[in-house]
Design a protein around this ligand. Structure first.
Ligand code: NAG
Length: 385
């Protein structure tokens, strides 16, 4: 609402006098217009092949829900509310479509990281709806991960990504552990009666990450392998791990009021935007290791938008972070996605944000590439509001 009023007033002003670029971009917020266009396209994947799913991926679906909740926090347009709100809106319908175990935890697959993506998505949805069914489900799903992710199965520490019987089990998984920190810290501020419990869980796992993964100020390695005393780190750089680490640090800051978490996040973002770690090209357009030869799968094609989300979340908490360059980075990437990585006619967004437009054939890969790029557009829109 507020945005619409502001927008038309400033638009009028922009036509009558030359305004600084900052005001002009707020007046039009093309990032918001483009986000809406991309969300219209995103919704062509909804309820297919299953009710309450965007395409086939369960964790990808959680990220689609998250990007809509992120935008809904600041956007009350009839465009968005007609998609998200109400008894038949995406928020309620997505949750009611998910299978639950006897405790009420979401358990569509046996991956702990997937469950934790859902915890985050449900908390963000709770924030904008104030409907406690989202928070309750987040809380019991988190409890299920805490109960079943047994340290004894995981000799190098941190969290495993799945139950021990899972074929793709990764012990001491960085993404599962850092998501757990984010989820616990977010729950701490929303469940005041249990805040100490959640903060302690978050701090314990953040200490493990600090000791083993946060190396030279930036997250390195997607897991520890081997067994003590020889736990090894492959020092891989993945955009989504950086993004979730930023989310986790900002959430820890909000839960504890300890500004040192923001300092750590600021350093991480500064390193990231230096462009030195292969997560962006020479022109500072975000890229994943698999973008070059278009070999991303429906998991890895999802990653880059999550990095953008982490950067935007840090900027909200500390606008001066990374030398005040985060907004310019977000808008530059959104500009490149729109100009260079969009299929004309359909408005589908591709995998390579620098262009040219390229998208895999499978519906799952199309959804993850498109939703990742849409998440990036939404972060640019939010940073411009
Ligand atoms: C979260 O779950 C715990 C049990 O694991 C319960 O004691 C607590 O009341 C729940 N909090 C909310 C807000 O649902």
């Amino acid at each position: 609402m507020l945005f619409n009023i502001l927008s038309s007033t400033l638009l009028l002003a922009a036509t009558t006098s030359a305004l600084p670029a900052e005001i002009e971009s707020r007046a039009t917020n093309t990032y918001l217009t483009n986000s809406h266009t991309a969300i219209t396209e995103l919704q062509t994947f909804y309820n297919s092949p299953r009710p309450g799913f965007w395409s086939a991926g369960w964790w990808n679906t959680a990220n689609c829900l998250t990007l809509l909740a992120d935008l809904r926090a600041k956007d009350s347009s009839s465009f968005l509310t007609s998609i998200t709100d109400g008894a038949n809106g995406v928020f309620k319908h997505t949750l009611s479509s998910q299978g639950k175990d006897s405790t009420g935890a979401l358990n569509w697959d046996d991956f702990f990281d997937d469950q934790l993506w859902w915890v985050v998505a449900l908390i963000k949805t709770y924030d904008v709806t104030k409907d406690t069914s989202f928070l309750t489900t987040a809380n019991v799903t988190f409890a299920s991960v805490s109960l079943n992710n047994k340290p004894s199965n995981n000799p190098c520490g941190g969290l495993a990504n799945a139950y021990p019987s899972e074929k793709y089990l990764v012990k001491s998984s960085t993404i599962a552990t850092v998501l757990y920190v984010e989820a616990a810290a977010l729950l701490a501020t929303r469940c005041p009666a249990q805040s100490t419990y959640f903060i302690n869980l978050a701090k314990t796992q953040w200490s493990w990450l600090t000791k083993n993964i946060l190396i030279d100020g930036i997250m390195q390695g997607d897991a520890l392998t081997g067994s003590p005393p020889s736990c090894g780190n492959n020092h891989a750089f993945l955009t989504y791990i950086e993004g979730v680490a930023l989310q986790a640090l900002v959430a820890l800051y909000h839960a504890t009021n300890d500004a040192s978490y923001l300092t750590t996040a600021d350093t991480l973002a500064t390193k990231l935007l230096s462009g030195k770690y292969g997560m962006m090209d020479a022109n500072k357009i975000a890229q994943e290791f698999c973008d070059g030869d278009l070999s991303c799968n429906p998991d890895t094609a999802q990653f880059k938008g999550i990095m953008m989300r982490g950067l935007r979340t840090l900027r909200d908490a500390k606008p001066s972070a990374a030398g005040g360059q985060i907004k310019a980075f977000l808008t530059k990437n959104a500009d490149s996605i729109w100009a260079n990585s969009r299929q004309s006619g359909s408005n589908l967004l591709g995998e390579k944000w620098a262009g040219p437009f390229a998208l895999g054939n499978s519906q799952a890969l199309q959804l993850s590439s498109h939703s990742s790029a849409t998440m990036a557009l939404v972060q640019a829109a939010l940073a411009s509001m």
